[in-house]
Design a binder for this molecule. Structure first.
Ligand code: ADP
Ligand code: DP6
Ligand code: CO
Length: 326
């Protein structure tokens, strides 16, 4: 599809949670059980262009040039926008992921943040960032935070109106980088949506997770305020492992780790034993992300390239919030 006039294009970056969102109290509105906190990344993003047209008899949706017009997630999301804007036209949507799709690198976050911004503007709505964040939430929970740059928090709330992301610090003052080790860029077998639902419904540890997240969040926010890199790293690592404990304690149990994930985690521990301050986090997918200071990037890359290729190692700095690019 060729982009002609009248398209609105938005770019949103992915974000990786340091305190994770894992479980909803309302599946339809996507209201989470706990607040979460993330870092938006500069290297991974989605560009989405949208145009509503009375020449269409259904939505025409392309992702990386593949026709995915039958995606109910995206069509339902466009329905929400049509209702808000009181329009009935269908949309052309053309999106490019500069991030592996469905691989645990948060394509749903950048994808729905970019779509929320581009489609709402194309529909004639003028939304504030708070309103955009609430809208993006209807597509994917983690997208609430990708409206914002730097450190962002998703305030869980209880209703459609009080569950949204807020900026915690942007630009970020802390010297923090995130190295993504891309071990498998193929779609995961169990989506975040399905995985977290099973965890909520069957893990006997689920309530303990929700309680612990409150404690972890306070520690993480204090560490950000005090520019305390090590405390933030430690709490992020513990919180990620607590999330993965929910998948392993679900019924049937499942896990997002593969052999390489364990190897990267062990490398992080060895680096730390040798004085390199670095910590890992992992989402719903085998790819490990390493949090580190700028001075240590070279050393960490050198340790990783003993086993992995250069192209598998992507170093990100804090990224910016959603923006229109045309
Ligand atoms: P990830 O770890 O990549 O976030 P998820 O399982 O959370 O994986 O979400 C994957 C889903 O996100 C896809 O099936 C699709 O519905 C949605 N998604 C990914 N990229 C885009 C995009 N550019 N625009 C709209 N939706 C997207
Ligand atoms: C592990 O936001 O992808 O990345 O709301 O169902 O679309 P849905 O799920 P999604 O879940 C993200 C889970 C996570 C942690 C996080 O980003 O907070
Ligand atoms: Co996701």
């Amino acid at each position: 599809m060729h982009l002609s006039n009248g398209f609105i294009t938005a770019r949103a970056h992915t974000n990786i949670a340091l305190i994770k969102y894992w479980g909803k109290k309302n599946d339809d509105l996507i209201i989470p059980n706990n607040n979460s906190l993330s870092l938006t990344l500069d290297e991974f993003y989605t560009d989405t262009s949208v145009k509503f047209s009375n020449e269409l008899s259904k939505d025409s949706i392309f992702l990386d040039d593949v026709d995915i017009s039958n995606s109910t997630k995206i069509v339902n999301f466009l329905d929400i926008i049509r209702e808000k804007a009181s329009i009935s036209e269908y949309a052309y949507v053309k999106s490019y992921n500069n991030v592996p799709t469905s691989a645990g690198l948060a394509s749903s976050a950048s994808g729905f943040a970019a779509l929320a911004a581009a489609a709402s503007k194309a529909a004639g709505l003028q939304l504030t960032s708070k309103e955009l964040s609430k809208l993006a939430r209807r597509g994917s929970g983690s997208a609430t935070r990708s409206i914002f740059g730097g450190f962002a928090e998703w305030i869980k709330g209880n209703t459609d109106n009080d569950s949204y992301g807020v900026e915690i610090e942007n630009p970020v003052t802390m010297d923090i980088n995130m190295i993504a080790v891309v071990l498998n860029d193929q779609p995961k077998k169990i989506s975040s949506r399905v995985g977290m639902k099973r965890s909520v419904e069957t893990s006997p540890y689920y309530n303990a997770w929700v309680k612990q997240c409150e404690v972890d969040l306070i520690k993480a926010k204090t560490a950000i305020k005090e520019n305390d890199f090590n405390t933030l790293g430690k709490i992020s690592e513990s919180n990620a492992m607590r999330m993965h404990a929910l998948t392993m304690s679900a019924e049937p149990a499942f896990m997002y780790f593969n052999n390489d994930s364990i190897q990267v985690i062990n490398s992080v521990k060895t680096l730390r034993e040798n004085g390199v301050e670095c910590y890992f986090t992992m989402d719903a997918g085998p790819n490990v992300k390493i949090i580190c200071k700028s001075k240590d990037i070279k050393k960490i890359k050198a340790a990783l390239t003993k086993t992995f290729n250069d192209e598998q190692i992507v170093v990100s700095k804090p990224g910016c919030g959603v923006q229109f690019i045309n």
